[in-house]
Design a protein around this ligand. Sequence first.
Ligand code: AMP
Ligand code: MG
Length: 493
Amino acid sequence: MAAVPQFAFDNSYAQELDGFYVPWQGEAFPAPQVVKLNTALAAELGLDAAALGSEAGAAVLSGALAPEGASPLAMAYAGHQFGGFSPQLGDGRAILVGEMLDQAGQRRDLHLKGSGRTPFSRGGDGKAVLGPVLREYLMGEAMQALGIPTTRALAVTLTGERVRRDGWEPGAVLARIASSHLRVGTFQFFAARGESAQVRKLADYAIARHDPDLVGKPEAYHAFLRRVMDRQARLIAQWMQVGFVHGVMNTDNMTLSGETIDYGPCAFIDSYSETAVFSSIDRQGRYAFGNQPGIARWNLARLAETMLPLLASDEDEAIRLATEDITAFGAQYEAYWLTGMRRKLGLAAQAEAEADLDLVAGLYAVMEGQGVDHTRLFRAMARRLEGDKSALRSEFTDPEAIAEWEASWLARITAQGGDNSGRAAAMDAVNPIYIPRNHLVEEALSAATKGDLAPFEALLSVLADPFTQRDGLERCAQPAPEDFGPYETFCGT
Ligand code: AMP
Ligand code: MG
């Protein structure tokens, strides 16, 4: 048997936050086997890929074997799920194995999802299955390549057992790396119990971990809250610009680090629509594409509530500060969004933000109902600047619908001067040509579930470089064929 993989663990959560977790070990599965390893990420973490892929590695990555220095535990958290508060959620099928410093000195969590039941499992079986685990792997890597902050998969380990879902499916464990697993719901867990000393302790920990420059500063808690809001404003703006729908933006699925987490029922939109929803259980469209900035703000208001006693000793003053921040979130989000949209449209920043906001809003207004593919459209804009007069129009069911907007955009481009070919290249560097299109994801996952990982590997390598057009990948840049039909995704799989 190859050597057990070594990790230079340094477990601050376990050491400093007693009472915020239950020490817990993963389950011993019948025949754990690593089927996918993220070797680039392993290298970033200074881990030995060969050891991780070995039999001993599989025992570690499925949770049965705690490597030296690990302090495995199940984290406690609460959360608003679809608007309703659950005072106790927690890691019901996951454990935090430990933390390590990566090659750049950044602290990263090693977390396992699907490692068996824990004291937080409620009615659940504590398991995960191959399809959704590979989906999380793929989506995380796609987001990473798109430059969007995200948790990432280190490995996928088959457990050797079959798990009951719709039918019987291969059980699997996802090894996930995150800059932390602190969530809005972690704060809510203690705030809801009136344990304000614990909320303070958690805030101190989170500040030291994510915003160490604030340690010891006056009003550090308030500054920290604003930092979290800022990271989320930036993150959600990035989601919106690539057409990403998270699908389950419950407060337990919103990180303090600003990384995207929990790729359950997520999907990318193809044809643009503000009301796009993919999750089978999101019947009201609470987490629809266009609702995401508003939901982020709502979630951040829940976080602010938990921190009120930390913001000011006078309650009215604390409420005033929190309200001010929550109100400011809209403008903060809009600023990130506009910056990103200008890049997508080839517009240099200019003093009059209003005019550009109107221009972008005008584009979205003409897109609605025109069957426009969100990804292809932005890519086509660069082709238009290169001189292909039909590039933009041909993306619309009615090409005339975009004519007026196109003229005003071109006028704005001409007015700012400069060279269009350089501009087109800069636009291609921010407008992906390849995204995880739903039909391609389904095709890859369905083959993988039947034992053929080749389409998954192929898609992963396409998505690793989403901005560079390559020969032979034409199919990956096309919308789903008509017969693919409406797309539906599922939670808790
Ligand atoms: P999620 O929707 O995956 O973010 O999970 C929400 C909550 O349900 C978390 O507390 C999870 O740990 C828990 N959960 C999801 N699936 C399972 C499962 N199969 N067994 C136990 N707990 C689960
Ligand atoms: Mg979750």
